[in-house]
Design a protein around this ligand. Structure first.
Ligand SMILES: NC(=O)c1ccc[n+]([C@@H]2O[C@H](COP(=O)([O-])OP(=O)(O)OC[C@H]3O[C@@H](n4cnc5c(N)ncnc54)[C@H](OP(=O)(O)O)[C@@H]3O)[C@@H](O)[C@H]2O)c1
Length: 270
C-alpha cells in the first residue's frame, strides 16, 4: 500500500485483517527530506498513526521502527528511552511525529529505535562504500559522528525474539504486548565512527574469508578521516547517535550482537 495515502492504508489493513502489523517502511532519504517535508511527514509522521488506529480497530498489535535521528546528538553518553528527543533535521522531526502519533492511540505497540542500518540488499552505507571502493583510489569519510552500525538481519532476529517473548500466536499475546508497550532502543553493541565503519567494511572485503563472497575486493582504497564540516550535506546529523539497549535487555532479556561481529557475519553471508 502507498503510505502517503491514508485511504489506501485503511483499505489495505481492513482487507488484510492482521493480528500484527510490522511497519519497516519509511521515507528514509534524510537529505531529500529537507526539500520534501510534506511527503516525509505524510509517510513518517501521519501513516504510523493511521496504522495504529487501524491496528486498534482490527484488535492487532503494531511494531514500528524509529531512529537515533530523533536526538540532537549533544549528549555525552548513549541515549536512553527516557531522554527528551530534539531532532535537528526534517527526517528526525517526521520520525518523532510518527512515534507520537502511535503513542496517541490506545493500542498495543512497540516502537523500536535503531541506528546506522545496513544489509546485503537495498541502499545503505556498507553497499555504498563497497561500490565507491571499486571506483576510487581514496575515500574521505566523516570521523566525528559516532554510532552503532546495525545489521538489518539482527533487527529482524531481535524482533522475532521479542515476539516469541510476548507469546505471539497465543491468546495472551495482545495483553502481553499491551503490558510491555513503549519505546525500546535496538542497536548493535559497541560503537564506532563512519570512518571506523568504513575501515571495517574494507577490512572484511579484503580478508581471506570475504574473498569467496559477493563483497570481496581485490584492492582497497586509502581511507581519509574528515570532519562533518568538510562534508556539508542538506540535513544536519547528530554527532552522537549511540542508543543504550539496556531496557531491551532488562525487559526482553535480549543482548544485541557487537557491530563488528555482525558486520563480519553479514559480509560472509552472501
Ligand atoms: N537506514 C538507517 O540507517 C536507519 C536508521 C535508523 C532507523 N531506521 C528506520 O528503520 C526503518 C527501515 O529503514 P531502511 O533503512 O530499511 O529503509 P529503506 O531501505 O529506505 O526502506 C524503506 C522502505 O519503505 C518503503 N516506502 C517508502 N515510501 C513508501 C510509501 N509511500 N508507501 C509504502 N512504502 C514506502 C520503500 O519502498 P520502495 O523500496 O518501494 O521505495 C522501502 O521498501 C525505517 O523506519 C527507518 O526510519 C533506519
Amino acid at each position: 500500500m502507498d503510505l502517503s495515502d491514508p485511504d489506501a492504508i485503511r483499505r489495505g489493513v481492513r482487507e488484510a485483517k492482521p493480528d500484527l502489523i510490522v511497519n519497516a517502511a519509511a521515507y528514509t532519504a534524510v537529505d531529500r527530506a529537507e526539500s520534501e517535508p510534506e511527503l516525509a511527514l505524510a509517510i513518517n509522521g501521519a501513516a504510523p498513526g493511521i496504522l495504529a488506529e487501524e491496528a486498534k480497530r482490527a484488535g492487532a498489535a503494531l511494531i514500528h521502527y524509529s531512529t537515533d535521528y530523533v536526538f540532537d546528538g549533544s549528549k555525552g553518553a548513549p541515549y536512553t528511552e527516557d531522554d527528551d528527543p530534539r531532532p535537528i533535521n526534517t527526517y528526525g522531526r517526521t520520525k518523532l511525529a510518527g512515534e507520537r502519533a502511535i503513542q496517541a492511540v490506545d493500542v498495543p505497540h512497540l516502537i523500536l529505535r535503531t541506528s546506522w542500518v545496513y544489509g546485503a540488499r537495498g541502499k545503505n552505507f556498507m553497499l555504498t562504500i563497497l561500490r565507491l571502493a571499486k571506483e576510487r583510489e581514496e575515500l574521505a569519510i566523516v570521523e566525528d559522528q559516532i554510532g552503532a552500525p546495525t545489521w538489518s538481519r539482527a533487527i529482524a532476529a531481535a524482533t522475532g525474539s521479542i515476539l516469541e517473548h510476548l507469546g505471539y500466536g497465543q491468546a495472551a499475546f495482545g495483553d502481553a504486548c499491551a503490558a510491555k508497550r513503549g519505546i525500546y532502543n535496538l542497536t548493535a553493541a559497541g560503537q564506532t565512527s563512519w570512518h571506523g565503519f568504513a575501515a571495517a567494511i574494507l577490512a572484511n572485503a579484503a580478508s581471506a574469508q570475504a574473498r569467496e563472497s559477493a563483497f570481496a575486493l581485490a584492492r582497497v582504497p586509502v581511507l581519509k578521516p574528515i570532519s562533518t564540516e568538510q562534508y556539508p550535506l542538506p540535513a544536519r546529523r547528530p554527532r552522537n547517535s549511540l542508543l543504550s539497549s539496556a531496557k531491551l535487555q532488562r525487559v526482553f532479556g535480549l543482548v544485541m550482537p557487537d557491530w563488528k561481529s555482525s558486520l563480519a557475519d553479514c559480509m560472509s553471508s552472501e
